[in-house]
Design a protein. Structure first.
Length: 81
């Protein structure tokens, strides 16, 4: 279960969401939760980057090869999130 909430959305958006939910056999709650989750991930990239930085900090140690670190940073910089 989760938090229940009431929202107002334009009729065309509601109708499109209803069609999509029926077509994909997904509940309205699941559809809206998934959509909001994706929106937050796209619009809060700093939070994702911060979480990844925390993981890297835990893994990073004195045995990490400097070349691997530089190569990883270069790949990471070119990756679209």
């Amino acid at each position: 279960m989760g938090m229940k909430t009431a929202i107002s959305i334009p009729d065309p958006v509601f109708l499109a969401a209803e069609r999509h939910a029926r077509r994909t056999r997904t509940s309205r709650s699941r559809l809206y939760a998934d959509a909001l989750r994706e929106y937050l991930l796209r619009h809060a990239p700093d939070e994702v980057a911060d979480a990844m930085d925390r993981v890297v900090d835990q893994l990073d140690g004195p045995t990490t090869d400097p070349f691997v670190r530089r190569a990883s940073a270069a790949v990471f910089a070119r990756t679209e999130w």
